[in-house]
Design a protein around this ligand. Structure first.
Ligand SMILES: [Zn+2]
Ligand SMILES: [Zn+2]
Length: 316
């Protein structure tokens, strides 16, 4: 039956923060300080996504650091339409598929599902990847995001919102989106760092790790497209594949591994009282016939999580 690599352990690993603010908007670190800070913490990639401004930071690139060109656009309900006493809003991080030469695209100026969907379509036409950010911080739920169309990724964890506002988790929103949208939404953990605005340090708490042949713009975007990465707040996933009809995963020591589908019960729930689970094998014969995707989640002794991207089941 052969082998499908979901996370290719033989390729180099590149740790990345896909949501970052600097002094170009409301962050406190300059782009150069962001680079130094993240490199010192083992990162190779930062997407610079300052608010409502698109800036190419390729001048920061070196042999061990890659800047991705991005922008975070916001459409606030209290400014652009739907009145909401809790300041409901929609934030999108758009990352350009090439470092320069893309046309800047700015926020939707109506807070409606149709307007935001049209904006996501416009980003796609102009050559951007679109991640839907921090649904819980935004006070949004399926009533809103199910109308936004096919965003490419969604934040399951936003570290700044977690430490500053206690609402950076997006697990239930992500799981619902995956269930209901029938679209392989990439699972993103990111910092959204502003460098400690009125709170503890909000850097290096949520990240993704790409597996790609080289550290260059084209290979990282290709790894995003192929879902050759995982998201984490702690655990490491070393490799994951489907070999001869069995899901095989290797990771740093964790307490639990769940293999989920859109159904409420997991296909598999591995548990180690000693917090020493590092290898699981799950025959796909256990997967219910109607399942559309597999989604693997890890939890370590401290409750920190890692998430594989969903794997679409076909031809079963
Ligand atoms: Zn935001
Ligand atoms: Zn942000």
């Amino acid at each position: 039956m052969g082998r499908i690599d979901l996370l290719a352990g033989h390729l180099p690993a590149f740790k990345a923060n896909l949501h970052c603010h600097t002094t170009c908007s409301d962050g406190r670190m300059t782009p150069a300080q962001v680079k130094e800070h993240y490199k010192a913490h083992g990162y190779s990639v930062v997407a610079f996504t300052d608010h409502n401004v698109l800036i190419d930071h390729s001048d920061l690139n070196d042999e061990s650091f890659l800047a991705l060109t991005g922008i975070e656009v916001d459409t606030d309900s209290f400014l652009y339409g739907k009145k909401h006493e809790f300041n409901q809003t929609c934030h999108l991080c758009a990352i350009a598929r090439t470092p320069c030469g893309v046309r800047p695209v700015y926020r939707a100026e109506q807070y409606t599902g149709e307007a935001i969907r049209a904006k996501i379509d416009e980003f796609h036409r102009e050559g951007y990847i679109v991640n839907y950010n921090h649904p819980q911080w935004s006070a949004e739920g399926p009533d809103e995001f199910l109308h936004y169309g096919l965003f490419d990724g969604m934040e399951i964890y936003n570290h700044s919102a977690e430490v500053a506002n206690n609402n950076g988790g997006g697990h239930s929103e992500y799981a619902l989106a995956l269930r209901l949208m029938d679209h392989p939404i990439r699972c993103i953990a990111a910092d959204d760092n502003h460098a400690g605005l009125n709170c503890e340090d909000d850097s290096c708490g949520g990240w993704v790790v790409f597996r790609a042949p080289r550290l260059c713009y084209a290979d990282i975007i290709d790894a995003y497209d192929r879902m050759s990465f995982y998201a984490s707040t702690g655990p490491e996933i070393h490799a994951c594949c489907i070999e001869d009809g069995t899901l095989v995963l290797d990771c740093s020591p964790v307490r639990r591994v769940h293999v989920m589908t859109q159904y409420i019960d997991p296909v598999y729930c591995g548990f180690s009282a000693e917090n020493s689970l590092t290898h699981v094998e799950v025959p796909l014969a256990r997967v219910p016939a109607g399942a559309r995707f597999l989604w693997v989640q890890l939890t370590d002794a401290a409750g920190r999580k890692a998430w594989m991207n969903p794997y679409r089941l076909t031809g079963r």
